[in-house]
Design a protein around this ligand. Sequence first.
Ligand code: GAL
Ligand code: MG
Length: 991
Amino acid sequence: MNSPELKWLSDTSVFEVNRLPAHSDHTYYATMEEARREEAMDWRYSLNGSWKFHYAANVESRPQSFYEMDTDCSGWDTIQVPGHIQLQGYGKPQYVNTMYPWDGISPVRPPEIPQDSNPVGSYVKTFTKPEKMKGQPLFISFQGVESALYVWLNGQFVGYSEDSFTPAEFDLTSFVTDGENKLAVEVYQRSTGSWLEDQDFWRFSGIFRDVYLYTMPEVHISDLKVRTELDESFETGVLHVDAETEADLHFILENRNGQVVAEGASPLTIKRPHLWSAESPYLYQLFIQVRNSSGELVEVIPQKVGFRRFEMKNKIMHLNGKRIVFKGVNRHEFNCRSGRAITKEDMIWDIKTMKQNNINAVRTSHYPNQTEWYNLCDEYGLYVIDEMNLETHGSWQKMGKVDTAWTIPGNKPEWQDIVLDRAKSMYERDKNHPSILIWSCGNESHAGEVILNISKYFKQQDPSRLVHYEGVFYDREYNATSDMESRMYAKPADIEEYLFSDPDKPYISCEYIHAMGNSLGGMYKYTDLEEKYPMYQGGFIWDFIDQALVKKDRFGQEFLAYGGDFDDRPTDYNFCGNGIVTSDRKLSPKMQEVKFLYQNIKLFPDQKGVLVKNDQLFEGTEAYELGWTILKNGLPQQGNVADVQLNPLSEQYISLDIPHFEEPGEYAIHASLCLKEKTIWAEAGHEVAFGQYIYTIEQKAAEPAGNVTVVEGDVIIGVHGDDFHVLFSKASGTLISLQYAGSEMIAAPPYPLFWRARTDNDKGNQFAFKSSGWYTSSLVRKCTNVELTTGEHSAAIAFDYVLPISEAVQATVTYTVYGDGSVHVKNDYKGAGQLPDMPIHALSFKVPADYSQLDWYAMGPEENYEDRAKGARLCRFQNAASDNVSPYLAPQESGARTGVRFVKISNENKKGLAIHFINDPLTCTISPYTAFELENAAHHYELPPVHYTVVTVAGRQMGVGGDDSWGAPVHDEHRIHSENEMTFEFMVQPL
Ligand code: GAL
Ligand code: MG
């Protein structure tokens, strides 16, 4: 096939023309010294950088003969390679989840592709064969091009390829000249490949990964397969290297210190090898020396080798003989400025962040990543599910319902080869990475013969790994496709039901706990299963990083844009933001919970010591120092460090000299394990585990001193004391003024609040449809009675309210003013009959924005909710009201703290007020914005200028939930059943 044809784009049988066979991703050098340095390869020459570029919105308008030598493209625009076309000023990015991006635009069915909306990027790069490559054969490698490319050199057709996420390589030898060469690449956004690439992500096109020329020495190993075998006792490791060659190969295996541990021909045997695991990613360095027929060394391949054994034993996945638990996360390759064209720095940030937060596994959702990522996973230690580039979600699931009228690939033989090609391209490239434990046959592509055959292919190629596929959930006839039961978003109870059913396969959640916006509530219900059920082997959070793109608003300010913001339609809007880190790579407050629940070592302190539980499978605790601190009312009193020496999978109670205090107060004992020394992923002192114990020595609170004077006017009731004035209005039905030392604290008066700005999860489960009565009841109420009671040193004013939700509901707020200016606030609520769940039981008011400095004694330091507070600790911490607007893509409830003992709200001069708990700790949200302002803003730039600090003090706020964001309710124990009676109280005091 030497003349390119447009119809290949919609022909399932043509997915490559002249593409070279896929092969392992090893590098190769001329000498041992170069191989040892592993610097840029002499035999590679990067073509990254500026290319000439033409964009055509559709196939008709593309410059058809641009590849010819006499077509002058020098006047064209330039584009950066690697990079997406749509992020460099051409066309627009489009975000859609399951539906195909042309849904409702073009009526095509597979394998036909939209004719009128198939943007074409025509790329031209001129190059001269690098000096070092003169006289050598020449090849080109495209590491990733979306979604189909045609290549010409010097006017002659070279080849064609699909599959956006694996390399396409071609032989240029017969086309290249010693002079200037014209390389022309035509990239189509739509191809048969697009039907197989319906992942939930931004839809882009273009050359988005590296492009390089390469050559090779006279004798070259183009593909090698490294296998390590370990005997039952893990005493002997055997290294096999398979390479198809006639050449004489010599192997040198060095340990981490550069000492040769084995040398000779394959297989190499070593005694007591250091094993590779995520806990201890020990890599040996193998050098493969290749000689020509006269015995000269012509090529040296440096190859990292990890000895490890991964297997299914008694229906449980084992690594190196131990049951493994995946503390995983799904990760898209993403950068908010460059989309899926990410750099090594991005990858290093990602992997360090994962390691620092106790994540031990990653699923490359939903396509093979750049090679560098697997190198990093080998080196830093992360277990990988490597997922092939296959998703056909929109072909079988519509509006959440399964409809298999035109499912692909199903049992359709015409899709077999094109799908298998993707499996091969991934397998062949990635097979030598010890970090990869599991091959995944793609995502959300239903089930059938085609995918079953993919699974068979992986198994036949590679008995050293297992095969994963979730889609058999939809057709159990193809259960054999997957070695493990894998589900997405199965709820804890469903998982338990499965585990109770005497199943054949262990369980993992390939996706769970949907981290969209303010979410991750109830994650502990999943991690709780780890200890209970041996066949529960963990899960992968959805997902690591928000997919939002930097854009400018109409005033030129940058913001993080989501679907629809580029006028992209159809779109699924902010459903692209489900990360535990933001798209500009900052930790979201959800990470606090992940880090705690994924701990490999657990600490349970009490007043005399700490129980240390080492859940690590292979490592002791030598790398860490145990520290403890005793805090009184949140302030550290004393602390020390101790040594811990625990074997893997063991526990020990360590007695500590924690002093005993007699004075009344609340005490917390914090225990933490910190790295003694710097590692590649964290600094010395980095905390890997934390535990706390809280106890109280009771104290009888003294009655506030001083007297009050009450002036009952016709409308206003004033309560006055030494340097303070409090006014209540019978007309407004509330407290309207709180003056401390001449400064007015109340900018908007307190009223009961029953609404929180809906979270993405609240929206997804239509919470408001049932509960919107609480929204109106927060905006309007009727004060039915005002009652003044005067005591000797105090005056109490009670306001009774009826609410729109039901006349039968009673809400009363009673303010008792004491002689020292403190105001005791009691909120009584009495439900009646059948009422919908209440989002929050609170009182909310505004103070001027001058009072925006916060000093907390609460669960923190990051935002937490009653179903997401395991990772929070009781401590003192400071922040500003604006810090409590978390960077979720769409504004929503955020920044709450549970367990609030007190929070001081002050201005620059430390004046202001403090909120203190009485009896039960509070949940407080202190923010520049009201629930209603947040509710009404779809982007942060829609929020109003800040004039106030909004103080919301709650007895309870319901949990945030997180099982999924499209219907799962908050777990029952974290909901507020509003039929009941509820009370909360607090004290407001001057600062
Ligand atoms: C899953 C899918 C992911 C993502 C997620 C929702 O169904 O595999 O790619 O779409 O749901 O955010
Ligand atoms: Mg999908």
